[in-house]
Design a protein around this ligand. Structure first.
Ligand SMILES: Cc1cc2nc3c(=O)[nH]c(=O)nc-3n(C[C@H](O)[C@H](O)[C@H](O)COP(=O)(O)OP(=O)(O)OC[C@H]3O[C@@H](n4cnc5c(N)ncnc54)[C@H](O)[C@@H]3O)c2cc1C
Length: 286
C-alpha cells in the first residue's frame, strides 16, 4: 500500500514517522524561529521542536491551534470555512464476480448513497478474504444531521435496501457490515470560500513564515494527486528557502469550464453548494 511504503522509505532514510498522534497545538517563537508542536496519543501528551510545520489539518482547526493567537479578523475568516462530513457503510457478501468496475456513481435523487463497490479491485489488501466482496456505500452528510446521527444498525439497514434497489444483491446475502464516519472530509467551496482562505493565508504568511498548510483543505482541489503535489512543492521549496508562496495557484488549481481565468470566482452558477440534511433518511423500524 502507498502510505505503508512511504513510511518504510522515510524510516529507511532516517526520518521519524509517529502514528496515532493528534496535533493539538503549534506554538511559534518568533525570536528563535522554532516551532513547538504538541500532540496527544491515547491521552498522553508529548511535544517536539521543528523549523517548519507542514499541515494537512483542516485550516479552521489549524487556525484554532496556533500560538500566538491569530487576529479576530483572521479567526473569523477561519470560522467561516465550512466542511462536509462523510460516512461509508461497508457491506460484505460472498464474491459473485459481478463486474470489474471499482466505482459506480449513482445519480438518483431518491437514493441517499453513491455506491463504491468491489473494493478488492481497488486493492486486494482492502478485502483480505478473496472469497468475499465488499461494497462501500458512500454518503455525504454533515456532523449531527439525520444520517450522521443514525445508529450503525440503521445505516447498515439503509445500505442493504439501497443495494437491493441498485440490483447488486439481496439484503439477505449480506454477511456483515460496518460504518466509518469521517469528519471534515471535504471543504465546502461556497461563494466566499476563496475570500476567507486568502484572508487567513495572508495573516498566516505574515505571522508564521514557516507554517505551510497543504492539501485539499487549503486549496480548491479535490483530487489526491493535486493534494500530494502541494505537499511535494512545499517540501522542495522549504528545503531551499524559508518562505513559501501560495500553492493553490499551482498546477492543481482548477479553472471551472466556461469561466474566465482570473475572473472573480465563486460557487454560484457552477454547482450547488451542499446544505445540511434535516430529516433522518433511515429505514422504518422492523
Ligand atoms: C469519499 C471520497 C472519495 C474520493 N475519491 C477520490 C478519488 O477517487 N480520486 C482522487 O484523486 N481523490 C479522491 N478524493 C479526494 C482525496 O481523498 C483528497 O483530495 C485527498 O485525500 C486530500 O489529501 P490531503 O492530504 O489534503 O487530506 P487527507 O487525505 O484528508 O489527509 C489529511 C490528514 O491529516 C490528518 N490530520 C488532520 N488533523 C490532524 C491533527 N490535528 N493531527 C494529526 N493529523 C491530523 C488526518 O488524519 C489525515 O490523515 C476523495 C475524497 C473523498 C472524501
Amino acid at each position: 500500500m502507498l502510505w505503508e511504503e512511504c513510511t518504510k522509505k522515510t524510516r529507511a532514510l532516517g526520518g521519524k514517522v509517529l502514528q496515532g498522534e493528534k496535533v493539538v497545538g503549534c506554538a511559534y517563537d518568533a525570536a528563535t524561529k522554532k516551532w513547538t508542536i504538541t500532540s496527544e496519543n491515547n491521552g498522553a501528551r508529548s511535544s517536539l521542536v521543528a523549523d517548519h510545520v507542514i499541515s494537512s489539518a483542516p485550516l479552521r482547526e489549524l487556525a484554532h491551534g496556533l500560538t500566538p493567537q491569530i487576529s479576530d479578523h483572521a479567526m473569523k475568516a477561519a470560522d467561516s470555512l465550512k466542511y462536509r462530513d462523510f460516512l461509508t457503510v461497508m457491506l460484505i457478501l460472498n464474491d459473485r464476480e459481478l463486474f470489474d468496475d471499482n466505482w459506480i456513481y449513482i445519480h438518483d435523487s431518491e437514493r441517499e448513497g453513491r455506491a463504491h463497490p468491489e473494493l478488492q479491485v481497488v486493492s486486494p489488501e482492502m478485502v483480505p478474504d478473496p472469497t468475499k466482496c465488499c461494497y462501500g456505500l458512500e454518503y455525504f452528510c454533515f456532523e449531527g444531521d439525520g444520517l450522521w446521527s443514525s445508529s450503525d444498525e440503521q445505516l447498515i439497514e439503509l445500505a442493504k435496501k439501497e443495494l437491493e434497489k441498485i440490483g447488486l444483491g439481496n439484503a439477505s446475502e449480506v454477511l456483515d457490515g460496518c460504518v466509518v464516519r469521517q469528519k471534515k472530509a471535504y471543504p465546502t467551496y461556497d461563494d466566499d470560500y476563496a475570500k476567507h482562505v486568502d484572508a487567513l493565508r495572508a495573516e498566516l504568511a505574515e505571522k508564521f513564515p514557516t507554517l505551510h498548510p497543504v492539501g485539499a483543505t487549503d486549496a480548491q482541489i479535490q483530487q489526491s494527486r493535486h493534494a500530494m503535489m502541494t505537499a511535494m512543492l512545499t517540501v522542495e521549496k522549504s528545503s531551499r528557502t524559508s518562505r513559501l508562496r501560495r500553492l493553490a495557484g499551482q498546477p492543481g488549481r482548477r479553472v471551472p469550464r466556461g469561466s474566465k481565468a482570473g475572473a472573480a470566482s465563486g460557487a454560484s452558477g457552477l454547482r450547488q453548494v451542499p446544505t445540511k440534511v434535516k430529516d433522518a433518511p433511515v429505514p422504518p423500524a422492523g
